[in-house]
Design a protein around this ligand. Sequence first.
Ligand code: SAT
Ligand code: MN
Length: 600
Amino acid sequence: MTSPLHASVPAGLGSTKPDGHARLTTWIRECIALCEPDQVFYCDGSAAEKEFLTTEALRMGVFIELNQQKLPGCHLHRSHPNDVARVEQFTFICTPTKEEAGPTNNWSAPDEMRARLKGLLKGAMKGRCMYIIPYMMGPAASPLTQVGIEITDSVYVVLNMHIMSRMGSAAYQRLGADGDFNKGLHSTLDLNPDRRLICHFPQDNEITSVGSGYGGNALLGKKCLALRIGSYLAKRQGWMAEHMLLLSAESPAGRKHYIAAAFPSACGKTNFSMLIPPKHFAGWKVATIGDDIAWMKPGADGRLYAINPEFGYFGVAPGTNYLTNPNAMKSIQRDTIYTNVAMTEDGDVWWEGKDGAPPAKCTDWKGNPWTPESKEKAAHPNSRFTAPATNNPALANEFELASGVPISAIIFGGRRASTVPLVYQSFDWEHGTFIGATMGSEMTAAAAGTVGKLRLDPMAMLPFCGYHMGDYFTHWLEMGKKLTQPPLIFGVNWFRKSAEGKFLWPGFGENMRAMKWMIDRCEGTADAKEMPIGHLPEPKDFDFADMEGFTTSDFEKAIAYDAAGWQADYRLAGEFFDKLGGRCPSGLKDRLAKQKARVG
Ligand code: SAT
Ligand code: MN
């Protein structure tokens, strides 16, 4: 077996220690004493470090070489077949009381969980290298930015954090002598699912994750810090941490709007954030600020300002191609880590839904021979690419803007075969909060569970809210009161199907059309019809010109109002609100009663 230790580390690497921050130094010392690594590597985030650790990852077999002519700087990683997605059943919010975590989170008493984790971590890094990763979530100069330190025994995690966060010594500089930081301790242990726990201690700004090496379970800056801990901090400090993409849309006349949109995992956030307007919208420019997470705060002018705390994309590979998302395809041609995709004979990557015919032969995500006749998929449905945001040809100029961008519109969307129309607008902020709070979505492969099962996923935050969901709703309503120029709030559904099971809307670039109507609503230039569920566009209000084979009747089906469907949705919402008990804000309960009466 290849050693996970580094036999010789080039001079100057692995040795940039934090200096003069007593709490940080003490915590690192405690982690070393607990985990007993054979080697400690202090990361500095440099290109030389990335190069060295990449070579080492190849030596260890953590990375598999890809064709460097075709895909320079790209590598393949195969995770353990039992470790391919987030694990909500093993994810815990360890607040002092169960009530604070609420009924939608797994909870454990902090002391009990700490004792259990200590037992699992005792000596866990014997024979391994421990990496100390300083990183920032957010631009270096932004007041919204948070510093995290992730301690891990996975070189795969280090190399992903190089792409996904602003990693390196600048994080120590931002901390100074006494700055607050997120403590993240991660060990893959032996990848045994019985010892897999993703634990958050929000009151201590601390995360401990064991037993998984995959994505959101292991890259602690992402879902763990930026959403679960982030949402908890946001509630206390008066900002919002949301599972939202961020984009800018500029009209041919040069008018720009910034839009934030919440969709559950694997429902097209990356595609939407990189959208290329169809020919019909010549002159429109859409640029990506973020594809997954938004941190937002009211500005002095009463508008809501947002940053993307991340530095890269951890996107779903299957279905990504030059038709569905050309900008993503261009982003992943170099310096990208591929996880659990298939590999062709010439060292290229492949997945279901990539351009062109499937290869006659390839190696599947588990490393087995695959042909188009094989029963199993070549790439795992939740296979991913980790790509630097700076690779994206459509990256917005505002990506590094410390103040963030003022949001014109917030969109909520789930994956719904029925009921929810293509696009509709809420009556006001409170009703928009209600739309977010009651949104449902069919489950995807991004989390272990039953794919296709409908569940309520409020604001796409069900797996990511670090405290009681009822208090989270209250926070949304409170934030609305602070905004004198609040964003308009919309609901969308790109996934509605006909009775025959065919998608009613083509999606992808054509989503520009729905966005155009939303922008026109922000500018006060588009009409809508008031319906029980909100304002809906009529055919005359919505531009579906030049859509091949798409007729007024197709549009009417995509937008149709389905009273019986809404009654069923509101029943589900009522059950969910009941589950939240007294912490569900009365504003939303009253809204539900009103909406129920409206849909009849
Ligand atoms: O694995 S992640 O949580 O980072 C991806 C996702 O589920 O959105
Ligand atoms: Mn996500």
